[in-house]
Design a binder for this molecule. Structure first.
Ligand code: BJW
Length: 255
């Protein structure tokens, strides 16, 4: 491996409390588009940042539900990549590791991470739009879901309101337990790896900054510069599916 900074492997090897903080970039090489990529195909006329809002759902529930069902179908047809596997390998090596993800896919779980903290919810946890305490069953995927179709959301079995995706939209509060767990882990860690996030969506983007302010070393894995560059001791430029496994291998001399 040609790590840009060989000290990164030593920092990883010596850390006792690690946070692996991930964004859409870690799933990119599994074939899940990043959030700020342009949408493709029939969805290309829409802007993800406009669809991921309560206002969009209220204005056109079939459109927004159909978009999330299309994304769920895509995720179901993907597999974890070596980046997800490397995150799980760090967790297996270092018991004090917490994986915190902004992603709504389940690729960390499928890679073997025990209990990733999902700051922005999940594609697999639909719930009532009126009553957050009413979870809804994950529906069968409708035929043709991959074709950019509008799909009417199901109705809540408890109160009859519409079911919505169990994700966190702009302007909504993050799940309290997840945010608390993330903040606690960031304050307590000695190393935070920030992987594949643009670092522009708050309060999640505060997590690496909080870790740095609390004395942790922050290492970033991203092919592009981000606003987090400034808080990172080491910036490893490249795709997560290459850099993370190489970093793990170098830390524990498996190559
Ligand atoms: C690779 C790669 C490879 C590519 N390998 N890397 C403070 C300042 C300014 C604004 C705010 C603020 N505080 C709050 C706000 C408002 C707002 C916000 O942050 N807006 C900004 C955009 C300006 N935040 C909110 O509204 C939040 N709520 C809130 O604050 O509520 C307050 C409240 C309190 C109490 C009561 C009520 C309200 C909620 C934010 C929710 C975000 N939700 C989304 C959608 C989730 C559902 C869905 O998926 O549809 O979460 S938005 C979207 O962005 C998604 C992502 O998780 C999130 C972060 O994106 P991410 O993961 O970083 O992806 P990208 O695409 O941006 O970047 C990918 C990166 O990967 C790039 O850097 C690439 O280079 C890299 N990459 N290939 C490694 N192979």
């Amino acid at each position: 491996m040609s790590l840009l900074n060989p000290s990164a492997a030593g920092l990883l090897r010596d850390a006792r409390r690690i946070v692996v903080f991930t964004g859409a970039g870690i799933s990119a090489e599994s074939g899940v588009p990043t959030f700020r990529d342009d949408l493709t195909g029939l969805w290309a006329q829409f802007d993800a940042q406009r669809l991921a809002t309560p206002e969009a759902f209220h204005a056109d529930p079939d459109l927004v539900w159909g978009w999330y069902e299309w994304r769920r179908a895509r995720v179901l047809h993907t597999e974890p990549n070596p980046g997800h596997l490397a995150a799980a390998a760090i967790e297996a090596r270092v018991p004090g590791t917490v994986v915190i993800t902004q992603n709504v896919d389940d690729l960390h779980e499928r890679a073997g991470s025990r209990a990733p903290v999902h700051l922005h919810g999940s594609l697999f946890a639909p719930r009532c739009v009126a009553e957050a305490a009413h979870p809804a069953p994950v529906p069968e995927l409708a035929a043709g879901v991959g074709e950019g179709r509008r799909i009417p959301p199901p109705r809540c079995a408890d109160c009859g309101w519409l079911v919505r995706p169990g994700v966190v939209w702009f302007g909504e509060a993050l799940p309290e337990a997840a945010l608390t767990a993330a903040v606690d882990a960031a304050v307590a860690c000695d190393l935070l790896l920030t992987v594949g996030t643009s670092g522009v969506v708050y309060p999640a983007a505060e997590i690496p900054r909080l870790a740095a302010r609390s004395g942790a070393t922050v290492i970033q894995v991203n092919p592009e510069p981000t606003p987090l560059d400034r808080v990172c001791e080491v910036n490893l430029r490249g795709p997560a599916a290459e850099i993370l496994p190489a970093l793990v291998a170098a830390a524990w001399k498996e190559i």
